[in-house]
Design a protein around this ligand. Structure first.
Ligand code: HPA
Length: 285
């Protein structure tokens, strides 16, 4: 990350402070395709479209509103990214991770990321929720490429436990309490925007993936770089190409994700409610 991006982050959080007031939220959430419904539950919500914030790219994808929502949810101050930007939209990796870096700079200690994903084997079925145990970066790119700024994080951040073990234990417990089935697996991120071929789905399965999508991994790398702990959840919206009958389309993906929203929101709600009420601490003061 270039030094100029630290300056950009500082400018950005100054504008956020002006728009939503100085937040001490400790928890950030990223809402994936079709999962934006959660943002409606935030109390005392202050909403800022990305287009009104400097250095943030607007999302161009249907199903992604593209706004920062600050408020209270489940008894906690939260910052919600309703809509994300993807590399396939043509935005740079720096732009893709800027919203997450913004949350980290504002002080969150915990980031919960959600996405819609395809399964690469039939043990995971559409409508299932999957706790992300680990990831594979098949995007051929990394958001940390470029000069490293030690004010943000180390040159070579560790990824041994990218998805926090305690948060995963908590997620399993809450799922059990709510009698919600929760699978667990490895999320592979590809660039998209074309969906995979059946051969690519077989390759992903052979290489240890359980689900595939076009997001999340850059955000998680950027969050871990800045010392934010991460929990990731995928909504399985479809069988990967060639595993089921018919073809894939985004409208259907959004529809299935929408149908699973209630389950996802309930699980996320239980998890957030159970977290300790630790305020965030500004990075880049
Ligand atoms: N492939 C890639 N990304 C996805 C899929 C898929 O099958 N479903 C939802 N996002």
């Amino acid at each position: 990350m270039a030094f100029s991006n630290v300056a950009a982050l500082r400018e950005l959080i100054a504008v956020v402070d002006g728009q939503i007031g100085r937040t001490s939220a400790g928890i950030g959430l990223v809402l994936g395709s079709g999962l934006g419904g959660l943002a409606q539950e935030v109390e005392d919500a202050r909403r800022v479209p990305y287009s009104r914030l400097p250095h943030l790219a607007a999302s161009t994808v249907q199903g992604h509103a593209g706004e920062l929502v600050a408020g209270r949810w489940q008894g906690h101050d939260v910052l919600v990214l309703a809509g994300r930007v993807h590399r396939y939209e043509g935005h740079s990796m720096d732009q893709v991770v800027m919203p997450v870096r913004m949350l980290a700079a504002l002080g969150i200690h915990t980031l919960i990321v959600s996405n819609a994903a395809g399964s690469v084997h039939t043990r995971l079925q559409p409508g299932n929720l999957m706790l992300i145990a680990d990831h594979i970066n098949f995007q051929g790119q990394n958001p940390l490429i470029g000069p490293n700024d030690e004010r943000l994080g180390p040159r070579f951040p560790d990824m041994t436990v990218a998805y926090d073990a305690d948060l995963r234990t908590l997620a399993r417990k809450i799922a059990l309490d709510q009698a919600l089935a929760l699978q667990e697996g490895v999320y592979a991120a590809v660039l998209g925007p074309s969906y995979e071929t059946p051969a690519e789905i077989r390759m992903l399965a052979a290489m240890g993936a359980d689900a595939v999508g076009m997001s999340t991994v850059p955000e998680v790398i950027a969050a871990r770089h800045m010392g934010v702990r991460v929990l990731g959840l995928s909504c399985i919206t479809n069988l990967g190409a060639g595993l089921g009958k018919g073809t894939l389309d985004h409208a259907h993906v959004g529809e299935v994700a929408g149908q699973a929203t209630a389950k996802m929101v309930s699980l996320l709600g239980g998890i957030v409610r159970a977290l300790p009420n630790t305020p965030g601490v500004r990075r880049l003061p």
